[in-house]
Design a protein around this ligand. Structure first.
Ligand SMILES: Nc1ncnc2c1ncn2[C@@H]1O[C@H](COP(=O)(O)OP(=O)(O)OP(=O)(O)O)[C@@H](O)[C@H]1O
Length: 271
């Protein structure tokens, strides 16, 4: 399915925090959304996933307005993993993942063997099968995040929208999760802070800055030292890695005047 933002605008706190954003995520594409803190990634994702109504423009799924789709129809085809997702503390890990089947259960149909199998598979795919009976409150931040992703997978969506899916995960699970999402196929839009991840896994990268989209394209075209300096205000060198994907190396920021003053004082005190 094709997920599209058509001139999306969103106003909050007296300013436009999404300012005419147009973007298409093609069927089967993995598109990474990157940008500094506060650049509007979550706002754009919330409009595309039907959580926020745009103040201008439209989000569409295969041409249908997301805002006008019945919630259940939308949940059958699109799953969202939010940055700060909440789940009832009283559930077990498995019950939290079972919630992903809700859009597929008819009013009269009962829980089937297939539903059971899909939930088991989702738990296994994020390495959480052995935690199935654990109460939610006993789980770590990373374990909860993996279950939120399993819940989204149990939804069997054709479009997966992820807001910072790796922020609580250790490096093994960060890479494992992104590889899993890529392997699984379907349309993927993922907001990522780690530019290395975007470089490694995305088909294309979209860059936001100040509520606007400032670049879209394949990783090797978008992740240039110039763009990284202009948007993220850090110095980076970029080399071509395996498959032509960029490999980034960041330089620590140059010392500020305050750093130099502090170091001078420390050296004088030590001599
Ligand atoms: N209800 C609101 N009222 C005022 N400002 C808001 C509101 N919601 C969001 N903002 C502001 O809009 C901007 C975009 O926020 P958003 O969460 O979309 O950014 P982001 O790119 O996802 O940031 P991060 O990388 O920090 O998660 C931020 O400056 C935020 O403070």
């Amino acid at each position: 399915m094709r997920l599209a933002a058509n001139s999306l605008r969103y106003r909050a706190g007296g300013r436009l925090i999404a300012d005419g954003v147009s973007l298409e995520v093609q069927p089967g594409e993995f598109l990474a959304l990157v940008g500094p803190n506060g650049s509007g990634k979550t706002t754009l994702i919330a409009m595309l996933a039907g959580l926020k109504r745009p103040h201008g423009g439209a989000a569409t799924l295969d041409g249908r307005s997301v805002a006008r789709m019945p919630r259940r129809d939308l949940a059958r085809v699109l799953a969202l993993v939010e940055q700060q997702a909440e789940t009832s503390e009283r559930l077990t890990a498995r019950q939290a993942v079972e919630l992903g089947r809700t859009p597929h259960l008819g009013t009269l149909s009962t829980w089937s063997e297939r539903d059971e199998a899909v939930v088991t598979q989702a738990l296994e795919s994020v390495g959480m099968a052995s935690f199935a009976e654990r109460p939610w409150h006993s789980l770590s931040g990373g374990e909860r995040q993996r279950l939120h992703i399993a819940r989204a997978l149990a939804q069997e969506p054709r479009v997966l929208v992820l807001d910072e899916p790796t922020n609580h995960l250790d490096i093994e699970h960060q890479l494992g999760l992104l590889a899993l999402v890529r392997r699984r196929g379907g349309t993927v839009l993922a907001a990522l802070h780690d530019l290395h991840h975007a470089a490694l896994f995305a088909d294309r990268i979209a860059v936001m800055q100040g509520g606007r989209l400032v670049a879209v394209g394949p990783p090797s075209e978008v992740l240039t030292p110039e763009l990284i300096r202009a948007v993220f205000r850090v110095e980076a060198s970029v080399e071509a890695g395996p498959g032509g994907r960029p490999v980034l190396r960041f330089a620590p920021p140059a010392p500020t005047a305050a750093d130099r003053h502090r170091r001078g004082s420390e050296e004088r005190a030590a001599s």
